[in-house]
Design a protein around this ligand. Structure first.
Ligand code: ARG
Length: 579
């Protein structure tokens, strides 16, 4: 149920009926204090100012027109003209009953399904994935899952970097590591090491560097031997990434990979197109687009090189071709990019050229959703002690090991195998939640201690809250799916929890619109802590609890667990029945 959206519509209707011009923002928001109801509509104040009339009188008129009989039990005017809305008990009871019987927790699918192309993860295949790839991979995945859940058509695009000059040196080095047509078993086990070896030879061995350059040219020309070596290398590198996706519980598959090389045939036509329109012009041998839209202080247009003087294409050219494909072939309504904030200028240039040239359709919304950097506890970008890049696989494995250690200190009746499974879900969940719960655009400090804590907004805390509910049903010997519809919400903590639970759909709308998973994290944390306070104040299984109270509370517990499970699933985090 989209409460906020419904209230907004109703308030707008009442404002219009009261003579307020259309387009005025009703400013419906959650109240910050219970005495002001659950929601407030504050838009009358601004409207009164614009109309130069008394705000309280105007608020009276709006309230007289406002029909909320099915949702609210009371509507009050406060202060200079705020409208306070108190949700009705019956309505809340109904909401909780409906959610109990519905796997989607009454969350509707979008009236107008959109085609959303989501570019995320997109690592360079020359090296192994490192911590710098974490954010794009998990933020993009959370948004892809959320949009899909809302009923949109999601096309994942893993724009892997599999092309460029580095591959010349890599395949030359690979050639020297082949035995009888097969790759030496251990050569590519560690791509970091392999890359370093190749780079060293490139810098130090004359013949090798020449051979590497020669191979780049051959590869670009479609030479069979070079292509074969390149494919062997790519295959190994892709399977390294797949291991990471599996570990991370990320939904990307092989079918989602549309690497840079897939656009090779489209690069020349893109340039031709830009030239024909007079957008790309020759400048010192290169093809350049001058953007007045992005002029500097002195009004000089910004130059963007789309083809180098030697004829070579660039990162931007490939992105233009990819954008054309997403817009024209995939027919995207939204094209979302989860890429580091340091590429903001690049994205802005690409978007501007694409819109201007018609490579992008008019309807497509081009969205770069940037993110900040993961920092070490010293406040500098996260590195190994020796100052090297941290492989993502090592970070994830360490988290699982740490989670296992922590869990082993707790009482448990789980088998060793079950414990290992719990440690895996907690360890991976902790890394993901710690990241996803920060505002996407800010840098954040990576801290094992905070992310693995059972207190505060962490994955372990939410996973634990989920297991609490499971154990209540276990103890009661009741099957959550067989609860009756008897429900009477009366205690304050019951009401607070129920209202929180009813806000799930509004939260998802917000998350999907702005591509901000931290809103979902914050919401789930409020649900979990709301449940903990509720359970402290409202016993469920004690003897003096009436059967009506018991059923009401079990419904709330069930809905809490279902919300946590679904919400965490949209973040790509798993739950367990016991921990
Ligand atoms: N491979 C690039 C990198 O590692 C990211 C690609 C992002 N996607 C895109 N369409 N440019 O920096």
């Amino acid at each position: 149920m989209k409460i906020k959206q419904i209230l907004t519509q109703r308030v707008i209707a009442a404002m219009t009926a009261a003579g307020i011009p259309e387009g005025t923002n009703p400013a419906v928001a959650l109240s910050n204090r219970p005495q002001f109801g659950e929601y407030q509509a504050n838009g009358v104040l601004g409207a009164a100012k614009a109309l130069k009339t008394n705000p309280r009188e105007l608020a009276n008129k709006v309230v007289a027109e406002l029909d909320l009989t099915d949702i609210a039990e009371k509507v009050e005017i406060a202060g200079p003209g705020f409208i306070n809305i108190f949700l009705s008990k019956d309505w809340l009871n109904q909401q909780m009953m409906a959610a109990k019987a519905d796997e989607r927790l009454t969350i509707a699918t979008a009236d107008q399904a959109q085609t959303c192309v989501v570019d995320y993860s997109s690592p360079n295949l020359a090296k192994e994935m490192h911590v710098g790839h974490l954010r794009s991979t998990i933020i993009g995945d959370a948004i892809a899952r959320t949009l899909e859940f809302q009923g949109h058509k999601v096309v994942r695009q893993n724009h892997m970097g599999d092309w460029g000059t580095q591959f010349g040196m890599l395949i030359a080095h690979l050639e020297d590591n082949m035995q009888g047509g097969n790759i030496d078993g251990t050569a590519l086990a560690d791509l970091e090491v392999f890359y370093r070896e190749a780079k060293k030879r490139f810098d130090e061995e004359d013949n090798f560097a020449d051979r590497a350059r020669d191979y780049v040219v051959k590869l670009q020309g479609g030479d069979e031997r070079c292509t074969e070596l390149w494919q062997k290398f790519i295959e190994v590198s892709v399977s390294h990434s797949e291991d990471i996706y599996n570990k991370l519980n990320v939904t990307l598959t092989r079918d989602d990979i549309k690497p840079e090389s897939a656009y090779n045939d489209r690069l020349a036509p893109v340039i031709e197109n830009l030239q024909k329109q007079g957008l790309a012009v020759e400048d010192q041998g290169a093809q350049v687009v001058f953007l007045e839209e992005m002029a500097n202080k002195d009004g000089e247009p910004m130059p963007v090189i789309v083809q180098k003087s030697g004829g070579g294409f660039l990162y931007a050219t490939t992105d233009l071709a990819a954008l054309e494909y997403r817009s024209q072939t995939l027919d995207a309504d939204r094209s979302l990019y989860f890429i580091d904030a340091r590429q903001s200028l690049h994205m802005q240039q690409v978007f501007t050229i694409a819109k201007k040239s018609g490579l992008a359709s008019e309807k497509v919304s081009l969205e770069h959703h940037p993110f900040g950097t993961m920092m070490g506890e010293d406040g500098k970008p996260f590195k190994t002690r020796a100052g090297g890049t941290v492989k993502l696989v090592d970070l994830l494995d360490e988290s699982v090991t740490r989670a296992a250690e922590l869990l082993s200190q707790r009482e448990t009746d789980l088998t060793a195998e079950q414990q290992a499974e719990v440690a895996r879900k907690v360890g991976i969940g902790a890394v993901k939640f710690a990241d996803l719960s920060k505002h996407r655009t800010s840098d954040y400090i990576f801290s094992w201690k905070t992310m693995l804590s059972f207190e505060g907004a962490t994955a372990p805390y939410l996973q634990y809250a989920y297991t609490r509910v499971q154990s209540i049903f276990n103890k009661a010997g009741i099957d959550a799916s067989s609860l009756s519809d008897e429900i009477v919400i009366s205690q304050e903590q019951e009401r607070t929890l129920a209202i929180k639970l009813a806000q799930f759909e509004d939260t998802l709308e917000l998350v999907a619109k702005e591509a901000l998973p931290h809103q979902l994290c914050a919401y789930l944390y409020e649900v979990a802590s709301g449940f903990m306070s509720f359970y402290e104040a409202c016993p469920i299984l004690k003897d003096d609890v009436t059967s009506e109270e018991k059923n009401t509370r079990l419904i709330l517990a069930k809905n809490t667990a279902a919300t946590l499970k679904l919400g965490l699933d949209l973040l790509g985090i798993e739950v367990m029945d016991k921990m």
